[in-house]
Design a protein. Structure first.
Length: 151
């Protein structure tokens, strides 16, 4: 069983992983515009991580928790499928083109959005939902920027 705080911890880890990998990938391509975009995205991932950490603290301090207390691991698996949400297995030294690198990051961003859409269904506080939607929009803008650069 997963509590809402455990799910938020997963979101924190997603953002930490994203920030780390984007920074590691900078310089792997010969495209300075891509490096600039990866730096910007890494900074936004840090902001997202900080918001999720504050949300987790807020939920843990709350006595009346309107969010879902627990959910079965199989429910999460049904909702998010077999997405790995990880770039740890990518050997960036083996990625031969900026296009391929961009494709990898687009898939990561799509998986992250899928997870956040699932998380949103378990929230009831309107301000929290609004902020999560803002993060989803920012993740979507990452995809758009990456797709524009890929062209």
């Amino acid at each position: 069983m997963f509590s809402i705080t455990e799910i938020i911890e997963i979101a924190v880890q997603l953002e930490k992983n994203g920030e780390k990998v984007y920074r590691e990938a900078m310089g792997q391509s010969k495209n300075p515009e891509l490096d600039d975009l990866l730096r910007d995205i890494a900074e936004e991932e840090l902001e997202h991580r900080d918001w999720f950490l504050s949300l987790k603290d807020e939920i843990e301090k709350s006595q009346d928790r309107p969010q879902v207390e627990e959910m079965d691991a199989s429910l999460i698996d049904d909702l998010i499928g077999k997405q790995t949400f990880s770039l740890a297995d990518i050997d960036f030294s083996q990625v031969k083109s900026s296009k391929h690198l961009i494709d990898i990051f687009i898939e990561f961003e799509k998986d992250t959005i899928l997870f956040y859409e699932m998380l949103k269904t378990f929230l009831v506080d309107e301000k929290t939902i609004e902020h999560l939607e803002k993060i989803i929009q920012e993740e979507s803008s990452h995809i758009k920027k990456l797709e524009d650069l890929r062209k």
